[in-house]
Design a protein around this ligand. Structure first.
Ligand code: FEO
Ligand code: CA
Ligand code: CA
Length: 675
């Protein structure tokens, strides 16, 4: 469009109640939050008597946290900024800066609605790679108006979410940077896009814009990172890349299709959201809202199949992107099992660019946000995972085998099998009542299956793995407020789960507030902290408490770990979490319901600064902050869907980030470093 064409500024953008634009809801999640909640199980919340009494009293008061928050405020009020209790009572982070030993000595960024990245004074920033930039040597230059699938398959994909760095052996300050390309927003990618009749080239371009990118990056002299067009390592994974199933459900009859009668190979990965770098140097990535790509669930007649589809949000007729018109596997009537081949945790070994990426059936199938692994004391590995849906569950997987140390071929080959055999658990949390001034309690990991053995009555092991949500429903886990990233602290082994929001909590017919999810119509989300019994990540019992109940700190229904709320940054809709070397928790947000841009925040989790949330940066208008990587030298963020505002499109862009002028917005990875 021309530079001088007047443009409507989205001063009052139409957003959903949780702050996300409707175009993002549609293309990213398939409008998950506008559909009925797929978890219709009636499993109850297990609270002890004290909690029941406390909850009844709070409910009588009419606003759960107005009362509970008052109790909590006593704790905050009696504590000085340096003298309050600190959660589980551990010591300080080591600190590598000024202040109170946390190293977080930047001046917080104020909430804003600017169309740029705002970082603290004294910090520089630069784009590392943007949608359409070359990944493979010889890739064509990005040409927005003339995109082709062939070009896109060699370029950085769309809407990058997770970002991970794997050190390149033998090379200083060089890494393999792996990015997930969660979804495509066709109305923002193509001029004059016709949603009912996408062209074959547009559909194939979208297939190539999904998946993952692997690029070599090196530290740049001026700061930040530079991409190297490396012939050996750089790689694109797309909807056309072959994956192998591993683990106990590989070959299951539920995974077989006409293209793959053995149920062992599948083309592509979809809606890869968050992820993690494993201790053995591979990447895990979660297939999240895969349901939206499949058409014609409403024409499936078999009641068992229909119920299974419904539990995963597979419903309705034509899919949003109409892929079924170009590949029959996306039509559930023709290939009812194809959707069962998505919703897994994917593992990619970026150090072996010719390796076949895998989907691990032992980690269950749900709307996997991501997976993060820690090595337990005995050498087994434990993966923590969230199922990002309103009223769905937290999971963990404990491997049978122990990790081998070192980077030998033998060790690497062994470690790539760690997630193939083990025990899959789902979490049940019990509150101890709000009278103690904390949202806290106990919990247990309920086993679902191990290898070929099912622990769930009425479900075979293969059914547990392929239809995990339904198997979990049968053992009454705790319904959570959209579990997103779940990540163990490498320093303490405690686990932090971002529960992004759930505006349905407390609605008629839906579960009301519980101690671990204490707010009705929870539009700002909260952050849960779990400590495994005796610090053993393989344990089946744990204690938990809420670190943050997010929102405007001036609002009585928020809680910042007991820290003085007049000193913290507002935070809403926590999504991805990461840790710095001092053990501070970093949180990126998605869908800020406070009407300002999303951002990246840092918060100490121990010591006198526990709960002191500080905003480190904000991303451009309409964007979401994803994939944070925090090192001592730089911070990386994925800027996903910049300018994705209602009324915006490729024909009417409402952001011009990162290239300015009249340019189209482009999702990118950005580095920020101290000047
Ligand atoms: Fe793709 Fe749950 O965020
Ligand atoms: Ca309590
Ligand atoms: Ca996410």
């Amino acid at each position: 469009m021309s530079a001088d064409k007047p443009r409507l500024l989205p001063l009052l953008p139409t957003t959903n109640t949780f702050g996300r634009s409707s175009v993002t809801c549609r293309y990213r999640c398939g409008d998950a939050c506008s559909h009925d909640v797929p978890n219709t199980s009636d499993n109850p919340y297990f609270a002890d008597v004290v909690a029941q009494v406390g909850r009844r009293r709070l409910l009588r008061a009419g606003a759960v946290l107005t009362v509970a928050g008052a109790g909590l405020a006593v704790g905050a009020g009696t504590a000085t900024a340096h003298g309050k209790g600190n959660g589980h009572g551990s010591g300080h982070g080591p600190g590598h800066g000024s202040g109170h030993g946390t190293g977080l000595d930047f001046r917080p960024v104020a909430p804003n609605t600017e169309d740029r990245i705002v970082a603290p004074a004294g910090y520089d920033q630069d784009v590392v790679i943007r949608w359409g930039d070359p990944v493979l040597p010889g890739a064509p230059r990005f040409d927005f108006a003339n995109q082709t699938a062939a070009a896109q398959a060699q370029q950085f994909g769309y809407n990058n979410d997770f970002c991970g760095l794997v050190p390149l052996p033998g090379r200083r300050d060089a890494w393999l940077m792996v990015s997930n390309h969660e979804y495509t927003t066709e109305t923002h990618m193509f001029l004059g896009y016709d949603e009912d009749n996408p062209t074959r080239e547009q559909v194939e371009t979208a297939w190539a814009a999904h998946g993952l990118s692997v690029v070599v990056v090196e530290k740049a002299r001026r700061g930040g990172l530079e991409v190297r067009l490396d012939r050996h390592y750089n790689r694109r994974i797309t909807v056309g890349t072959e994956f192998a199933f591993t683990g106990p459900a590989a070959g299951s009859r539920h995974l077989r299709t006409s293209a793959d009668p053995r149920g062992r190979r599948v083309l592509g990965t979809l809606n890869n959201c968050a992820g993690g770098v494993t201790p053995w140097g591979t990447i895990l990535s979660g297939e999240e809202n895969f349901n939206q790509y499949f058409a014609n669930a409403d024409a499936v007649t078999d009641p068992v199949t229909k119920a299974r589809l419904a539990r995963y949000g597979l419903a309705g007729g034509a899919s949003g992107r109409r892929w079924e018109n170009h590949d029959r596997r996306f039509d559930l009537v023709r290939e009812p099992n194809e959707a069962n081949r998505f919703g897994w945790i994917v593992e990619v070994d970026p150090l072996e660019p010719d390796s076949t990426p895998v989907k691990h059936t032992a980690l269950g199938r749900f709307k996997h946000e991501g997976a993060n692994v820690i090595v337990a004391r005995d050498g087994r590995v434990v993966a923590y995972m969230g199922d990002d849906e309103r009223f769905d569950y937290l999971y963990k997987f404990v491997s049978d085998k122990k990790m081998k140390r070192g980077n030998s071929r033998h060790a690497r080959a062994h470690n790539r099998t760690l997630l193939e055999s083990g025990t899959l658990y789902v979490a049940r949390l019990t509150g101890d009542g709000a009278q103690d001034g904390e949202f806290d309690g106990a919990g247990e990991w309920i086993p679902l299956a191990r290898g070929d053995r099912s622990f769930v009555d009425g479900f075979t092991a293969e059914e547990v793995y392929v239809f995990t949500r339904q198997a979990a429903d049968a053992v009454a886990p705790t319904k959570m407020d959209r579990p997103e990233d779940v990540e163990p602290s490498p320093r303490t082994g405690r686990i932090y789960a971002a529960l992004t929001n759930n505006t349905d909590r407390g609605k008629p017919g839906k579960e009301g507030p519980t101690e671990p999810n204490p707010r009705a119509a929870n539009k700002h989300g909260h952050v849960l902290e779990i400590e495994e019994h005796r610090g053993d990540n393989t344990a089946t019992r744990f204690s938990w408490k809420l670190l943050l109940v997010c929102g405007d700190p001036n609002s009585p229904d928020t809680y910042f770990g007991g820290y003085d709320k007049s000193q913290v940054s507002p935070i809403s809709c926590p999504d991805n979490v990461a840790f710095d070397s001092a053990g501070n928790l970093w949180i990126s947000t998605d869908g800020n319901a406070l009407s300002t841009n999303d951002g990246l925040f840092a918060v100490p989790v121990a010591g006198p600064e526990r709960g002191h949330v500080k905003q480190f940066l904000t991303v451009p208008h309409g964007a979401e902050t994803c994939g944070p990587v925090v090192t001592d030298d730089f911070v990386l963020v994925s800027v996903q869907h910049p300018g994705e505002l209602d009324g915006a499109s490729a024909d009417n862009p409402l952001s011009h980030w990162p290239d300015g002028g009249t340019s189209q917005p482009r999702p990118s990875v950005v580095a920020v470093w101290k000047h």
